[in-house]
Design a protein around this ligand. Structure first.
Ligand code: S3P
Length: 176
């Protein structure tokens, strides 16, 4: 086992790839605690992510997100879901990798669009052409997710349970 890193499972990936749902399943199956950086930001600021973007702008959200990650410095035995843009700061990526096994969830552009259209919670996609935004953000972020992750799972045609099983099996290899 790599002793330089913690024994946490960290999920990164684009909006709509299932990080929170899959993360909760992994945590419950392995008896680990679950933490979600988006939720930490909302708890700390007392307002929704949408409101942070609207009233204070994306940069303020990125500050809050980085602070939330910093606050988790000493955690162990957790499953962590992160916001889709957390990898846009190199310092966040370094921190995520020091926390444990970093897994990137991916999905096709089509499936992402279909999943994120089920609700209007994502401020970055509240605009005339969300498909174009998804395409542009995916292109810009793909190398960042790839460099952050120890392992990648495509969720396009897998259920949350299937994705969780793949990650649990791979995490056993990683931590052995
Ligand atoms: C964002 C993804 C969101 C949330 C915020 C910004 C992004 O999280 O952090 O709306 O930049 O991709 P999810 O990936 O959980 O939707």
């Amino acid at each position: 086992m790599n002793t330089a890193i913690g024994r946490n499972i960290v999920l990164v990936g684009f909006m709509g790839t299932g990080k929170s749902s899959v993360g909760r399943r992994i945590a419950s199956q392995l008896g680990l605690r679950f933490v979600d950086t988006d939720r930490l930001v909302v708890e700390k600021t007392g307002i929704s992510i949408d409101e942070i973007f609207r009233h204070h702008g994306e940069e303020r959200f990125r500050e809050e997100e980085a602070d939330a990650l910093d606050s988790l410095d000493a955690i162990d035995a957790h499953v962590m879901a992160t916001g889709g843009g957390i990898v846009t700061r190199a310092s966040n990526v370094e921190r995520l990798r020091s926390l444990g096994f970093v897994v990137c969830l991916t999905a096709s552009e089509e499936v992402i669009l279909e999943r994120v259209s089920r609700n209007d919670r994502r401020p970055l996609l509240k605009e005339a052409n969300p498909r174009e935004t998804i395409r542009a953000l995916l292109a810009a972020r793909a190398p960042l997710y790839a460099s952050a992750a120890h392992f990648t799972v495509d969720t396009t045609i897998r259920s949350h349970d299937e994705v969780a099983s793949v990650i649990i099996a791979e995490s056993r290899r990683f931590f052995q």
